[in-house]
Design a protein. Structure first.
Length: 106
């Protein structure tokens, strides 16, 4: 995920002085990060809904097909959960950095 790499790069930069990212850069990246988190959350909800549908309708279709779809949906949900957790962790750190920069400007 390039956005996570971008956030990690910003967090590795100095907090102030030469080479430090601007508050505008951090805030722009936070905005993109929060949008990505919302998109991942929406994907999780779609996957959870589909899992429920497959389980509810399991008696109407072949068992093999149901098992394969459940496995795929479960894997995709687990992946989305992991991506979302990592992104939220990075966003919290970047938000802390933005707060520090705002305080320093006062």
């Amino acid at each position: 995920m390039p956005l996570r790499d971008e956030i990690a790069d910003l967090l590795r930069m100095p907090e102030d002085g030469a080479g430090a990212p601007s508050l505008d850069t951090i805030e722009s990246t936070l905005t993109h990060g929060y949008a990505e988190a919302l998109a991942l959350d929406a994907e999780r909800l779609r996957l959870e809904k589909r899992l429920g549908e497959v389980v509810r309708d399991a008696g109407d279709v072949q068992a093999h097909g149901v098992a394969a779809e459940l496995a795929e949906l479960s894997e995709r949900l687990e992946t989305a959960d992991g991506e979302l957790a990592r992104l939220r962790s990075l966003l919290r750190s970047l938000q802390d950095r933005a707060r520090s920069l705002r305080r320093a400007r006062r």
